[in-house]
Design a protein around this ligand. Sequence first.
Ligand code: AMP
Ligand code: GLY
Length: 443
Amino acid sequence: MNVLLIGGGGREHALAWKLAQSSMLDELYVAPGNPGTVRHGRNVKLDLNDQRALRQLIIDKRIRMVVVGPEGPLVDGLHDRIAADAQLKGLVTVIGPTASGARLEGSKEFAKEFMFRHNIPTAQFRAFGKDQLPEAIAHIGRMEGPYVIKADGLAQGKGVVIATDRKEAEKALNEMLGGSSLGAAADRVLIEQHLVGVELSAFLITDGEAFKMLPSAKDYKRIGDGDTGPNTGGMGAISPVPFAEKEFMGKVHDRIAVPTIRGLRSEGIPFQGFIFMGLMNVGGDPYVIEYNVRLGDPEAQAILPRLRSDLMDLFEGIATGTLSERHVDVDDRSCATVVLASEGYPGKYATGKPIVGLEMVRAAHVFQSGTALDKDELVTAGGRVLSVTAFGKDIEHAIINAYASASLIEFEGKRQRMDIGRDLLQATAGKGGGAAGMKLGVK
Ligand code: AMP
Ligand code: GLY
């Protein structure tokens, strides 16, 4: 089968690498891809808004499956456009939801209301529109801090402010509802109850009827060690998460995954693809912080290597509505992913810096994201340049291996967090083991 993969980050490099291992795959096309995906398929240029070009590519290359990596095209209705194209009718399966399902990520207010309709544990909230700034400020006045203020729409990780005092909260509300750099994404804002706990990400794959849980992961969003500095797309990930053991994951399955899939079905919202549940472990109980309708980046780089099953087989299960008959087999070992970024990220950074040492990495996977070829030379081309994923028999060894391999790669301005997974080590080393350690409030 010929597959078109949409995206060009580390997540898509990991997806391309995983898909390329399948005997069910014939040709893989990646749009736009990056220098890393070239090893597993052919990179193609494609303007996703150009329906004719998209249709032509699908027809010319005999593509039967379109796998969408990032959320943007899904929220924009890429799946819907492919499904509605008369010339493509019945020809392709899209892995990734239609726009109606993508609202789980594209509108935080929709996601919240959905969770309340289906009794899925999440923080209490209220939503306010552009003309309700006084009401929003009055609402803050009745609450205790810290205040969680979120733009409703997609804001590339910049749409959440956690304000410790009222003044800061009012400023955030003023900025968002008063027309900020977030634009229409902040036309509505949510004020949420502040939850305290440890965050982790759970993933599932679904054909809209059945679903299968995938490995859990924890990502490290802040740029600096000890979770300091601004938020990024993610600076590293660990899979599995030690406190996400059987009992906790059983609660995630029963209280979150099952009602989410049942809720989508009962509301007539078709959904095929991944659901990423951003969770908070509050005293041993999972709460949903947010849904995403795709895999995470860099979480994908930490979970896909642990997936023993053929990903094409799972996608085929989606295509034929037979996911329930497929198996998800997971490697028991741990994976650690360390992101190498450009100095200055998530702010301004330089590009075009030669990257050396990749060929020295033997004991880890290197997934490229912000890279480019300058003639034959690999150079930096983005904030997050690449990620290094290594296995270990436990988290500690995975971390040691990932850092050892990451140290072989050099480029000017290379930056990385040095503490990926350290909090989890402290937690598991604590008296009484993982779950007990985590409850001590390690974050
Ligand atoms: P989100 O974009 O919704 O995932 O939020 C970004 C980050 O803000 C999360 O990863 C959490 O660290 C934090 N956050 C979001 N909502 C809450 C909440 N209700 N209580 C505490 N922290 C939150
Ligand atoms: N690493 C967080 C995300 O992909 O949303």
